[in-house]
Design a protein around this ligand. Structure first.
Ligand code: ADP
Ligand code: MG
Length: 311
């Protein structure tokens, strides 16, 4: 296969577990190894399985995958030289401190003790947890523990980081702090992250892949994904009594209980003028990743059950 420097390529990657579960089928990806790639999907969609295959931890059942030209199945040693992974639900050992964890990890990766110690001090500063460097992990908050795990892989000097659900279960402030950190790191690392927080992918990712039931349904930038949605504009109306009849699109009830009209930009403009005339409060914006995700996943489910849904 041709050298593909600077790209992550999956060709028809499939995985069937020994239990018979088809976790991935014919996954095709071809993206630059730059910035942040977010793989989004519901629980059980196949995110972790794909991460484990790319991180050379699990054999695929079919297909090939290359990272920067190195084959994850045939040449895992080469791949491991430039990747580092924080698996889903990884934890710091209760009695260890962030500094001890990082040094131990680096020794395992072949660093000398002096280099490991210096490097640990450096990354603890980078992720801004210097003051917790010598606190046992049992006394650290969830956010600090996650940062310590990211510091660990960062210390390895790997140029690509695989982070499987790095923010799941964190409070909103810790999550925002981690987003800042990832934004900082993406300048000189490729970050492959998985999440089911769609807002996270929307804010962070340069490229987004949508996975459902083992199939990669779509991949692209937010705007490219939005182009798959027929009604790519959303209008939220803050007055439940207002009577509006869109000429195109559909009316849905948002999570906040307000009515939303999903429609074309042109129709949104027309309705907006009408609402302004009536003095009705509203807001309008391109549809969010949440709406795009919902549409793309629902369409795929409907295709399988052959139901029609007019979006
Ligand atoms: N080790 C395993 N053995 C058997 N089935 C598994 C294993 N790991 C995951 N699965 C199954 O494979 C599917 C995909 O799981 P996973 O990759 O963990 O999804 P996600 O990370 O998106 O939640 C699920 O149906 C899950 O139950
Ligand atoms: Mg998972």
């Amino acid at each position: 296969m041709q050298e593909q420097t600077g790209r992550l390529v999956c060709r028809d990657v499939g995985k069937v577990y020994s239990t018979g579960t088809v976790a991935l089928s014919k996954v095709n990806i071809d993206i630059p190894t730059k910035g942040i790639f977010a793989l989004i999907g519901r629980n059980g969609a196949g995110k972790t399985t794909l991460v484990r295959i790319l991180a050379t931890e699990l054999m695929s059942s079919s297909g090939t995958a290359l990272i920067n030209g190195a084959d994850v199945i045939k040449d895992p040693k080469k791949v491991r030289e430039f990747i580092a992974v924080v698996p889903q639900e990884s934890r710091l050992l209760m009695w260890t401190t962030p500094r001890q964890m990082i040094v131990a990890y680096l020794l395992y990766r072949g660093f000398s003790y002096v280099n490991a110690k210096n490097r640990a001090a450096e990354v603890l500063k980078t992720v801004n947890i210097g003051k917790y460097a010598d606190v046992q992990s049992q006394h650290l908050s969830g956010g600090t523990k996650r940062k310590a795990l990211i510091a660990t892989v960062l210390a390895s000097e790997a140029s690509m980081l695989f982070l499987d659900e790095p923010t799941t279960g964190l409070d909103p402030i810790s999550r925002a702090e981690l987003w800042n950190l990832l934004n900082k790191l993406k300048k000189d690392h490729f970050i492959f992250l998985t999440t089911h927080y769609l807002e996270e992918a929307e804010r962070l990712a340069d490229q987004i892949g949508i996975i459902e039931n083992g199939k990669l349904l779509n991949i692209g930038t937010l705007d490219e994904l939005r182009a798959h949605v027929k009604y790519d504009f959303s209008l939220t109306i803050f007055d439940n009594k207002a009577r509006i009849k869109p000429r195109a699109g559909r009316i849905v009830t948002g999570l906040d209980g307000n009515r939303q009209i999903l429609t074309t930009q042109k129709e949104a403009n027309r309705i907006a003028k009408e609402l302004i005339r009536k003095g009705t409060r509203f807001s309008t914006s391109p549809v969010s990743l949440e709406q795009i995700f919902y549409f793309i996943v629902k369409r795929s489910i409907n295709e399988e059950t052959e139901e029609k849904d007019e979006w």
